[in-house]
Design a protein around this ligand. Structure first.
Ligand code: TXA
Ligand code: MG
Length: 331
């Protein structure tokens, strides 16, 4: 059969590469594919096919109460998959799509309940990564794609992070280079006619406010009924104990086997193992490098990792500090 990938061969040799045609064929057959986006890598599957989506939950060991974001391209007929789009959502789409913004909108029956964990709303996002857009354009269905990590672990920002985490259950990973944003999409929903932030991420609240005309409130966090598991207090976490230092907190007494992650350059105890995320003091660069650095530090066998928070007035401080706190939260 001309257009079928050799599934048997690939089952034994899960692969990584830039073959969009091969990725599309796996997806058309209901198998998941690792997909680059500008935020983090996703594990993509046909969002209109519940069986394909179930394979993603299984591969990630993801609990079924945790819904998936549905990725669309510029030509996707996404209006068929939602019942209504508030005016403010239209304005946010016009301003930030393609880009790191997910909108929660009431779904139609075309979106299987498994995708939304039975919730009435579906999270839609149009990624800006060119490879993701090209892939979406080759398909006649949207792609449900959670971050391509095992549930709860550090999100992947490089193709090899994805390849290393999964075996034959993920036959192919599209390599689109390092993710440019490095933090997940911001999630916005609408309640009582007002936009609310459900998860901080790649689009800052101040940028949303410029479009909305008001600063959106954050949806209260609840451990029992997380409206978004990005809201669970521990998430995206390393296995090594991680401690937070406030932006102005002096250095504590440090043991010998510790790692320090500093988002910006600063004077630090010189016997420590130090990563500076941005020597140029650029919070965006720090965000881009955070997950990969945390992963490297986590795998290096330190007894403890410290991370310095960003001063609150800096751009991206909200989103990045939020990730630090969640990664550090006790299990
Ligand atoms: O940047 C991103 O959003 C990345 C890339 C791959 O696009 N995806 C991502 O997916 O971060 P995931 O599954 O790791 O996180 C998605 C978050 C979860 O916390 C989930 O609960 C929330 O989005 N979410 C998805 N659909 C939802 C819905 N219908 N209602 C409430 N929360 C939803
Ligand atoms: Mg995730």
């Amino acid at each position: 059969m001309p257009n079928k990938p050799n599934l048997d061969r690939n089952r034994h040799a899960p692969s990584i590469g830039t073959d969009l045609g091969l990725a599309a064929r796996y997806l058309q057959q209901g198998l998941p594919v690792g997909m680059p986006t500008e935020t983090v890598y996703g594990m993509a599957a046909n969002a209109l096919d519940a069986e394909a989506v179930a394979r993603v939950f299984k591969a990630k060991k993801r609990p079924d109460f945790d819904p998936l974001i549905v990725h669309i391209g510029p030509n996707s007929p996404f209006r068929e998959w939602v019942r209504e789009i508030p005016t403010e959502a239209e304005a946010l789409m016009a301003a930030f799509w393609p880009g790191p913004l997910t909108l929660l909108l009431p779904k139609t029956e075309r979106i299987p309940d498994l995708v939304t964990s039975g919730l009435d709303r579906v999270g839609l996002r149009m990624p800006s990564h060119l490879m993701a857009l090209a892939l979406l354009d080759m398909l006649d269905f949207p792609l449900a794609a959670p971050s391509a990590n095992l549930f709860g672990y550090i999100s992947p920002t490089k193709a090899r992070h994805v390849r290393e985490a999964f075996g034959p259950e993920l036959p192919y990973v599209l390599d689109g280079g390092d993710c440019e944003v490095g933090l997940e999409s911001t999630i916005v929903g609408f309640e009582d006619g007002k936009a609310r932030v459900y998860r901080r991420g790649g689009i800052e609240s101040s940028a949303l406010a410029r479009v909305l005309g008001y600063l959106p409130e954050e949806r209260i966090r609840s451990e029992e009924h997380p409206a978004a598991p990005g809201m669970l207090s521990r998430h995206y976490a390393p296995r090594t104990p991680l401690s937070i230092l406030k932006s102005d907190q002096p250095w504590p007494e440090l043991g010998s086997n510790v790692a320090l992650i500093l988002p910006l350059a600063e004077a630090h105890p010189n016997h420590a193992n130090v990563w500076v995320l941005s020597q140029n003091n650029d919070p965006y660069e720090a965000a881009r490098k955070w997950y990969a650095c945390l992963r490297e530090a986590d795998q290096a066998g330190f007894s403890q990792i410290f991370v310095r928070m960003l001063p609150e007035h800096l751009p991206f401080a909200d989103a990045l500090n939020d990730k630090f706190v969640r990664a550090a939260a006790a299990p």
